[in-house]
Design a binder for this molecule. Structure first.
Ligand code: THU
Length: 128
């Protein structure tokens, strides 16, 4: 359930490496086989090399051989539920079904639930 993913995403944010933005993000992605991978944002003095929490979690799973994902939760210390960046939306569109659930979470636990297709409509993928 998304509830577990939410607390895992929040926990993952504690490992964020954010000396520049001081804006920790955590993500928890669940594969269709039921495995869960966590990710955080990882910044760099060369700012463009920063990797977002969502992509860290997804890439960890991909690099362990997973290709099919059920859902993802993303936590940010924001007033309103965190809004994933365009790059992360495109990566979700690559590996998730359009109807896959994305749970976005704010610091007070407020959530917004969207699908991958709602986050990136009319997306470019190999299949469409
Ligand atoms: N960031 C994420 O990790 N995920 C998002 O959904 C939005 C932005 C990170 C990138 C950077 O480390 C910091 O937040 C500020 O942009």
């Amino acid at each position: 359930m998304a509830t577990d993913l939410i607390s895992l995403a929040q926990k993952a944010s504690q490992n964020a490496y954010v000396p520049y933005s001081h804006f920790p993000i955590g993500a928890a992605v669940k594969t269709k086989s039921g495995d869960i991978y966590l990710g955080c944002n990882i910044e760099n003095a060369s700012f463009g090399l920063t990797n977002c929490g969502e992509r860290t979690a997804i890439f960890k799973a991909i690099s362990e051989g997973h290709r099919d994902f059920e859902e993802i939760a993303v936590y940010g210390e924001t007033e309103d539920p965190i809004s994933p960046c365009g790059a992360c939306r495109q990566v979700m569109a690559e590996f998730f079904e359009p109807t896959a659930r994305v749970t976005l979470v704010a610091k007070d636990g407020k959530t917004v639930v969207m699908t991958v297709d709602e986050l990136l409509p009319y997306s470019f993928t190999e299949l469409r």
